[in-house]
Design a protein around this ligand. Structure first.
Ligand code: B12
Ligand code: SF4
Length: 448
């Protein structure tokens, strides 16, 4: 009798994807989960082993399953690359090579890009099973069924049981963590699950497909062990990967208390947060080593806050920024121009607010909203989900680029921003328009 064997490939570790690399939080989670279930796992990551890109000799081992983790489909930016063809090329090479020795191996797909674009990816990728949503139970059933189907031919088993969702410790391999730190991806992600699904309803957001009904929180004991282990490896920056860390103020508070109690010199953390006037959270965040809270304000125009369904007001955003200043919590404020009904007036309102409340270094920009399956925008435009695999953006008035540069203080306009704007604008100009079911809104998409 031998253990069920999985080769798990992190496709997000391919070179040249066009965005800064991050530690493979989701793929590593699946590796830990498989080990917990008693499977054997070969984890294939090309950041750790760039030589494997050429040799592919990792695919010559013995496997029952070849699993692919797909984190990003694209950068969601106007000038982003279409990556599906790169992923497909590598996937096919690995499958062909792996199947030479293991003709019965099953192909499994998973990852946030798959959850976010389930129909589109399912049409183009070769696979036997694709798992979105409740990973634990579905993965366990997939393996059990495969073992059952192979009975008679082999003696294969999995020794462990299926853990409850999120109820196990994530194992971080020191050499994998260090490989990412060595290329500058020093913020290592920990899935904190501080309260489950984001209750807000931003119009472009498809996190409902990713987080579904998950009101789970991860236990502080597991988080404690993982933080201590990462610290021992040499990690000094953590990214808590909740969609929004302060969904459940209680769990976020407990996490801050845990960090304060651990008192690990030099350890900092970053996370996505939503504007809040909860002073205790901000005070504890500062005390527990919060390096920055990343906040998708998107706009400071009252009309656009409504149009984007942001769920907070200009006044509460202002109060939140003041509180961050009071408790010395640094902000990474994200602005997104080109939403439904954006005009020069709404751009001016946003820029004037930013000029008044924010400092350079606290503001990051994006233009153009990618239409994601499962989002309110998809419903508004009446667009079928499978057609959105290739990047489609909401059409907007191209002069929005000029309006931003006109109304934003010069202190925010760096050479880097000017360069990015000219790239985004050039990419936008090259896209072709596409009609939607909505009487006023169009989309644009690149020629592929
Ligand atoms: C935190 C985060 C970031 C942080 C990461 C910080 C860090 N150091 O880790 C930062 C801000 C840096 C970031 C950057 C980017 N991000 Co981001 N990010 C997230 C977020 C909020 C959480 C990701 C995470 O780690 N989750 C925790 C892990 C455990 O979950 P997971 O990866 O989904 O894995 C689960 C399942 O997918 C599954 N799974 C994973 N692999 C496999 C494999 C198999 C075989 C199976 C069965 C299951 C499975 O198991 C896990 C448990 O259920 C997600 C949105 C979300 N709510 O999920 C977006 C998200 C992943 N990001 C996204 C994007 C686009 C980006 C950027 C490209 C943005 C940009 N333009 O720069 C970059 C890319 C960076 C890179 N190199 O990959 C998109 C990806 C989808 C897409 N459209 O392509 C997402 C989904 C958000 C969205 N808008 O839809 N991101
Ligand atoms: S706050 Fe963030 S996660 Fe929540 S709905 Fe809006 S974009 Fe999505």
């Amino acid at each position: 009798m031998r253990n069920y064997k999985v080769m798990l490939v992190n496709l997000n570790s391919l070179p040249g994807l066009g965005f800064s690399p991050v530690f493979p939080v989701g793929a590593n989670y699946i590796r830990s989960l498989l080990l917990e279930m008693g499977a054997e796992v070969s984890f294939i990551d090309f950041v750790r082993r760039p030589d494997w890109l050429e040799s592919l000799d990792f695919a010559d081992g013995e496997f029952d399953c070849i699993a692919f983790s797909i984190r990003n489909l694209d950068s969601m930016e106007l000038d982003g690359e279409y990556l599906v063809d790169d992923y497909l090329k590598m996937t096919n090479l690995i499958i062909n090579r792996g199947k030479q020795r293991n003709p019965h191996a099953r192909i499994l797909l998973g990852g946030s890009a798959l959850s976010a674009y389930p129909e589109g990816l399912a049409e183009v990728f070769p696979y036997d099973a694709a798992i979105t949503g409740d990973t634990e139970e579905s993965l366990f059933q997939f393996i059990r069924n495969h073992i059952r189907d192979m009975q008679g031919e082999r003696h294969i088993a999995i020794a462990g049981a299926c853990p409850e969702r999120f109820a196990f410790e994530i194992r971080y391999e020191p050499d994998l963590v260090r490989a990412y730190m060595a290329i500058g991806a020093g913020q290592i992600g920990i899935p904190t699950r501080c309260g489950g699904r984001c209750p807000m309803q931003c119009i472009y957001c498809s996190y409902g497909l990713l987080d579904r009904d998950t009101n789970y929180t991860r236990s502080l004991e597991h988080l404690r062990s993982e933080i201590l282990h990462l610290y021992e490896i040499g990690v000094r920056e953590l990214f808590f990967t909740d969609s929004i860390i302060n969904i459940s103020p209680g769990h976020a508070r407990n996490l801050c208390h845990l960090l304060i109690e651990l008192n690990l010199p030099g350890l900092e953390w970053t996370a996505y947060a939503r504007p809040t006037v909860n002073e205790e959270f901000l005070r504890l965040a500062a005390l527990s080593g919060c390096k920055a809270l990343s906040v998708s304000f998107d706009t400071f125009s009252p009309e656009m806050l409504t149009s984007l369904r942001k769920g907070f007001s200009v006044q509460s955003a202002g109060r939140f920024i003041e509180l961050c200043r009071k408790y010395e919590v640094n902000l990474i404020g994200l602005l997104l121009f080109g939403g439904p009904e954006e005009t020069e007036l709404t751009v001016r309102e946003t820029c004037e607010f930013a000029n008044r409340y924010l400092e350079p270094g606290q503001l990051f920009f994006s233009f153009g909203i990618r239409v994601s399956p499962g989002s309110g925008l998809q419903t508004l435009l009446g667009q079928p989900g499978d057609e959105l695999l290739a990047p489609h953006f909401l059409g907007f008035d191209e002069r929005i680029f000029d309006y931003v540069l006109t109304h934003l203080d010069g202190r925010f306009v760096s050479m880097n921003l000017l360069l990015k704007i000219s790239k985004w604008r050039a990419a936008y100009k090259q896209m072709k328009p596409k009609a939607t079911a909505h009487p006023r809104h169009t989309m644009v998409c690149p020629e592929l």
